[in-house]
Design a protein around this ligand. Structure first.
Ligand SMILES: Cc1cc2nc3c(=O)[nH]c(=O)nc-3n(C[C@H](O)[C@H](O)[C@H](O)COP(=O)(O)OP(=O)(O)OC[C@H]3O[C@@H](n4cnc5c(N)ncnc54)[C@H](O)[C@@H]3O)c2cc1C
Length: 472
């Protein structure tokens, strides 16, 4: 007789706790088989290098948790389901929803295609509110964050309360592929170095959350702007891969309301709100990852400059805060939010390079690379989004560094070559007098580059390019 079981299809919900699809199946079935499908067939944008590393280690962790029972398949999910339905008696297939436009299209196709043969169900496990739930009174999507969050989200029903049912994964003999067969790693030195900064897996996400709520949250409102401070949670990669749910964070934040100033808690919740907003934009404007939301930006006179682009990617622009951020990204797979804004603004507004170029580099290097948040944030930085930093807001990397890294600790951490430069000149080393440079044996072009553009001139150039769009 054919084996009988239900399937939970793991996607960006790589956790056991507070997993709505798993909760649902475990209520109905004793035998659940967990599956992960690596699908490069139906996607318009393949995973970046850092995401592949995270995924590799996440699958190893998850498979261990499931006592080696995670079924791995590489290819088109519909093919997998057809095969497995043919060979086994599958009672139901269930998953948690994702919101990339090609995934929505694929999942719809799979549901329609399988519904005659097997029951198929899907759940929300990664958002506090579904994007189609939060709409303006006239039924159209919000385009501005504050009303989206305050009027839309906070007035809507409360987010689902996290919940975990006990269940056992069925000890089966099904085998399609193994994790190494997905070839997510390429054995480059960079891969080995970058991963050392992280502990990957559900329990580590929980540990990070507890650490954050026992210390970082206390001064989150102020401290989250200072890249050297430990006031941010660094939970974004775990959130992206679903190793912790936003619901868990939302309710944990509420639990901490008495321990911390409500300003800190409310700000943290509103940051989760920004994540929701990004998903809302992605859902309602599915081309957001490649096309300007404001069409007038299609006429923007971007420059193509390979030398500038590489200097930016490698953290060699001559502007210490920009370079520290870009090196943090390269070394750790993460960049602090404040520095993402500064480095992003520098690329788009001082180098006049199209935001898509920056989006692609971040996509490849970030462990938290997320189609919704990355695209929406880049559109925000460039001014082409719906609720964007206005074009005339051009971050000055020197004043930003003085304000948010006043002792230069973040800069020195990632650019140790600058450690002998007196603090007075650390944010603009090109102003450091020659005699001091000689004393410390510092050579521009060898130890650290001179600025690749002049801030004032490039700012003027950007302003006139941006104002040329006004007439459209
Ligand atoms: C140019 C640019 C690109 C970005 N690309 C991404 C990306 O690919 N993936 C990503 O998750 N975030 C992205 N962000 C948003 C933000 O920088 C990160 O979410 C944040 O730095 C993650 O660090 P954290 O977990 O310590 O944040 P915390 O301050 O601890 O915030 C908690 C959580 O709230 C969410 N969040 C916070 N700020 C934002 C924001 N501005 N937009 C959306 N969600 C937010 C994240 O999920 C984060 O983990 C980008 C920002 C910029 C300016």
């Amino acid at each position: 007789m054919k084996q009988e079981f239900a399937i939970h299809w793991f996607r960006q919900d790589l956790r056991i706790k507070d997993n709505p699809s798993l909760n649902y199946l475990s209520k109905k079935y004793k035998r659940i088989v967990a599956v992960y499908i690596y699908d490069e067939v139906n996607c318009d944008k393949k995973l970046g290098s850092a995401s592949k590393i995270w995924l590799h280690h996440s699958l190893i962790y998850l498979n261990k948790k499931l006592q080696g029972n995670l079924v791995i398949y590489n290819g088109d999910p519909i093919k997998f389901f057809k095969l497995i339905l043919h060979q086994y008696n599958v009672l139901e297939i269930s998953w948690n929803r994702c919101y990339e436009p090609w995934v929505i299209k694929r999942d719809r196709f799979i549901k329609n295609n399988l519904k005659e043969e097997v029951k198929v169900n899907s759940f929300n496990a990664s958002l506090l509110w579904e994007p189609w739930e939060i709409l303006k009174q006239d039924g159209t999507p919000y385009k501005v964050f504050t009303p989206f969050y305050r009027k839309g989200c906070l007035n809507y029903k409360k987010p689902r309360i996290p919940y975990t049912r006990k269940f056992n994964f069925f000890d089966h003999q099904i085998k399609f592929s193994d994790i190494s067969g997905l070839k997510l790693l390429t054995n480059k030195d960079w891969e080995k170095k970058i991963i050392k900064y992280w502990m990957i897996g559900e329990s580590h996400a929980e540990e990070s959350m507890h650490t954050f709520f026992s210390s970082g949250i206390k001064d989150y409102f102020e401290g989250r702007n200072f890249p050297i401070k430990k006031n941010v949670s660094k939970l974004s990669p775990y959130l992206h891969w679903g190793q912790i749910s936003p619901n868990t964070l939302w309710y944990e934040a509420l639990k901490n309301k008495n321990k911390s100033d409500s300003k800190n808690i409310d700000t943290f919740k509103s940051e989760l709100g920004w994540r929701e907003f990004s998903y809302n934009l992605l859902y309602h404007f599915p081309k957001i990852y490649s096309q300007n939301l404001q069409k007038k930006f299609n006429r923007f006179p971007w420059t193509k400059n390979n030398k500038f682009q590489i200097s930016w990617e490698k953290g060699k622009t001559g502007y210490p805060i920009v370079d520290a951020g870009m090196r943090e990204l390269w070394q750790t797979g993460y960049m602090h939010n404040r520095v993402r804004m500064i480095a992003g603004s520098f690329l788009v507004k001082n180098l006049l390079i199209d935001w898509n170029t920056g989006e692609k580099w971040f996509w490849d290097c970030l462990f938290d690379a997320d189609l919704a948040s990355n695209s929406a944030s880049w559109q925000w930085v460039s001014g082409s989004g719906t609720d964007s930093s206005p074009y005339f807001r051009i971050f000055n990397p020197t004043t930003q560094a003085k304000k948010f890294d006043p002792n230069g600790e973040y800069i020195i951490k990632f650019i140790p070559e600058l450690k002998e430069i007196p603090l007075k000149y650390l944010f603009s080393p090109w102003e450091c007098p020659k005699n001091i440079l000689n004393d410390i044996n510092f050579k521009f072009g060898i130890d650290y580059p001179r600025p690749i553009v002049d801030l004032k001139l490039s700012r003027q150039k950007a302003l006139s390019a941006f104002s040329s769009l006004k007439s459209y």
